[in-house]
Design a protein around this ligand. Structure first.
Ligand code: ADP
Ligand code: ADP
Length: 226
């Protein structure tokens, strides 16, 4: 759980070309923020700056009042879920979920407890010994979520996590993510271009266009006053 403050956050990939410009947002503890907007408007770039996967060109990023601009990704207490799941194909479900804990030198017994707990929450208990290729799409998505929740991170970032699933599974996983947020109350930023996802999941929606924030508000505020 955490509060985030983004002040004049700006990203310039190529000289003079601004992918994100003067992004200002104060995210409260436990919020579920959804970024929406057309392809290329800067959603992923903003998420990647928060995760530390892209350098911030200008502006400030703070978690709980602490400046994070130059903090290494692994020290940000942030867990990210990607569109393509980014599972390690040669590792089992258990090893995929345990990996980031191992990296952080968590004791083996503790890893076991945390992975089993996450597996239980996500209904993956019977799949721990499988490799990703022996899982269905929905199960792979659950493992990707499991890798995030196993770390007990303060912040979740999700970049179009459901867009590779078919319509039926998307609705089901959407409900599961909502349930997860209800249970864990982890501050979440979720990127999508699916309006239904934004409307049903968000505490607040951030509408982006051409690297700028166009509008911020509750789903009702955004979709009643487009
Ligand atoms: P979205 O996630 O909303 O689709 P992105 O954040 O991926 O948007 O992209 C925002 C802008 O930055 C786009 O114009 C895109 O072409 C550009 N961009 C993204 N990644 C890079 C990169 N690695 N190098 C140069 N330009 C990039
Ligand atoms: P879905 O209908 O959910 O896409 P599948 O029909 O692909 O699922 O698989 C049904 C069950 O069999 C799932 O629990 C899946 O994990 C398992 N399974 C699929 N492929 C393999 C495999 N190659 N080896 C072991 N188990 C598999």
């Amino acid at each position: 759980m955490a509060e985030l403050k983004l002040t004049n956050l700006t990203k310039e990939y190529d000289k003079g070309v601004l992918a994100v410009q003067d992004f200002n947002l104060h995210i409260l503890d436990k919020e579920f923020i959804v970024f929406v907007g057309p392809s290329g408007c800067g959603k992923s770039t903003t998420l990647r700056m928060i995760a530390g996967l892209e350098d911030i060109s200008d502006g400030e990023f703070e978690i709980e009042g602490k400046r994070m601009n130059d903090v290494a990704p692994k020290d940000r207490d942030i867990a990210m879920v990607f569109q393509n799941y980014a599972l390690y194909p040669h590792m089992t479900v258990y090893e995929n979920m345990a990996f980031s804990l191992k990296l952080r030198k968590v004791p083996k017994k503790q890893i076991e407890v945390q992975v089993n707990e996450a597996a239980k929450i996500l209904g993956l208990e019977d799949y721990l010994k499988r490799k990703p290729k022996a899982l269905s799409g929905g199960q792979r998505q659950r493992v990707a979520l499991g890798r995030a929740i196993v770390r007990d991170a303060k912040i979740f970032l999700m970049d179009e996590p459901l867009s590779n699933l078919d319509a039926k599974l998307r609705v089901q996983m959407r409900a599961e993510i909502q349930k997860l947020h209800h249970r864990l109350q982890t501050t979440t930023i979720y990127v999508t271009h699916d309006q239904t996802e934004a409307m049903t999941m968000a505490t607040r929606i951030v509408v982006m266009k051409d690297g700028f924030i166009q509008q911020v508000g509750t789903p009702k505020e955004v979709y009643d006053n487009p």
